[in-house]
Design a protein around this ligand. Structure first.
Ligand code: GLC
Length: 468
């Protein structure tokens, strides 16, 4: 056997040491078995319905910039970018209107609970860079501006209602002087196209800052159930943010945490045919994907997904956007999404004092009223076992099918394509007497004799219990 020389041995030792240190430094998410992952995802898959909250400095501006509406549609949380101003000018206008009332967070949490949401995700930092959490690494946070840790107030209020809590956190940051928007050229920035006012920027310094803030939110507020990153695009994704480390840090500090996939190149607005694009999806790059403002026509099989959606057209509050969705649309959206196997994350955009727009309160309550009667056809259910029928949608549990009827049959018979399963009983969830409805079997499924009038014009649910 050839003997190694002392110099070669020293070199080998150094290489080995470097490899080890390198391995330790670039942490990556620990692999888990399917069972472990299913256990971690369980509550989220059963919850089906969550409330999203966009709230920050922009909320007080209410879609108005220097006395003029900055638009009537679309994201008002982008006001700084729309006005194309730096942080000084933006904050100068916005801070006087950001006046959180005492106890505002309790109202949010109560409303979410009343609506039947099982979780709340709120913006800890949006693209403007202003932090609701107390941060050691910036003075651009609620603690320094209003003397309160708003992140703690909101987190505590959500937990007090027994709901799970999620943090939206933007990796884009329009306030940080080293956020290199020339390098992050795929992403929006208020100064885009203009030279950097403070000379060349050092992207690595910003990424360190991002990691330090991530550590703060993972460490300082107790158990965190969801981290909802926003957002990346090809060229400015994954390694650009040292995302593997962020993902690993999240799981190290919050072992049960569930993460979306917006740190990586998965188009953040996934239109109908996202299935093909998700073929390269890796679970270590996020637990669920996030179609935005759109419901995939046939769901996204094999992937956990959550549709996030506004009630009008903006995430952040605007005085000028009156395009509110009807309660019918919102409730049917929830049913449609759940019937395809997804979750619904429905947004509210509170005002600068933290109060919730009247229209959102009314709609959340209407959803809550529907959920109080029909919640069992939503929670813990899975996607419809067959294509959507002309009259509405279906959801499923073991030995139970729920027919959500949007268009009530005028001839008193409901055709359900449930084949080869002996029916035990069928009844309407909205009927307090739970009167048994007569069912007959035919070649294409079952026929249920239903009352001539619907019990709920938005969606009446017939529960069908059968033998598997
Ligand atoms: C987008 C927008 C943002 C909003 C988010 C919600 O990425 O940039 O304003 O917060 O989507 O999904």
């Amino acid at each position: 056997m050839r003997r190694t020389t002392p110099t070669l041995r020293i070199h080998l030792t150094i290489i080995l040491a470097l490899a080890l240190v390198g391995g330790l430094l670039t942490e990556s998410v620990q692999a888990e078995t399917k069972q472990e992952r299913d256990a971690r995802m369980q509550w989220w898959r059963q919850a089906r319905f969550g409330m999203f909250v966009h709230w920050g400095l922009y909320s007080g501006l209410a879609g108005t910039w220097k006395d003029k509406p900055i638009g009537t549609r679309g994201g008002m949380e982008w006001t700084q970018q729309r006005a194309r101003v730096d942080t000084w000018e933006y904050a100068h206008e916005a801070v006087p209107h950001f006046r959180p009332a005492e106890g505002f967070a309790k109202e949010w949490a109560k409303l979410a609970k009343e609506a039947g949401c099982r979780y709340v995700v709120f913006t800890t930092k949006h693209h403007d860079g202003f932090c609701l959490f107390e941060s050691e690494v910036t003075t651009y946070d609620a603690h320094d501006l209003v003397g309160r840790d708003l992140c703690k107030e909101i987190t505590d209020a959500i937990k007090a209602e027994g709901l799970k809590v999620g943090y939206y956190h933007s990796v884009i940051d329009w306030h940080h002087p080293q956020y290199d928007y020339l390098k992050a050229d795929q992403l929006p920035h208020p100064l885009k196209g203009k030279p950097s006012p403070n000379g060349p920027r050092n992207h690595d310094i910003y990424v360190d800052f991002l990691h330090r803030q991530a550590k703060e939110i993972f460490s300082n507020y107790g158990t965190l159930d969801i981290i909802w990153w926003d957002y990346s695009k090809k060229g400015n994704e994954g390694p650009f943010w040292r995302s593997d480390e962020l993902m690993a840090m999240a799981r190290r500090l919050q072992p049960g945490i569930i993460s979306n996939n917006r740190l990586y190149h998965i188009p953040h607005i996934e239109k109908k045919d996202s299935v093909g694009r998700l073929k390269t999806w890796k679970p270590e790059q996020g637990d669920f994907t996030t179609p935005e403002q759109t419901i995939p026509s046939t769901g996204i099989p094999g992937v956990d997904w959550e549709v996030c959606m506004t009630m009008n057209t903006t995430w952040g509050y605007s005085d000028h956007d009156h395009a509110w969705k009807s309660n019918e649309t919102l409730i049917r959206n929830l049913i449609d999404i759940v019937s395809k196997g997804g979750n619904y994350l429905l947004n509210i955009g509170p005002k600068g004092d933290g109060s919730i727009p009247r229209e959102s309160i009314d709609s959340m309550r209407a959803i809550g009223k529907w959920m109080a009667v029909n919640g069992e056809a939503i929670y813990e259910t899975t996607a419809s076992p067959f294509e959507q029928p002309a009259w509405g949608r279906c959801t499923k549990k073991p030995s139970k099918l729920y027919a959500h009827v949007f268009d009530w049959p005028t001839d008193g018979t409901l055709e359900v394509p449930l084949k080869g399963k002996p029916v035990k009983r069928a009844y309407l969830l909205a009927d307090p007497t739970r009167k048994i409805l007569q069912t007959t079997t035919n070649t294409s499924g079952i026929t249920i004799a239903v009352p001539s009038q619907t019990l709920d014009a938005i969606a009446a649910v017939v529960a069908i219990e059968y033998e598997e």
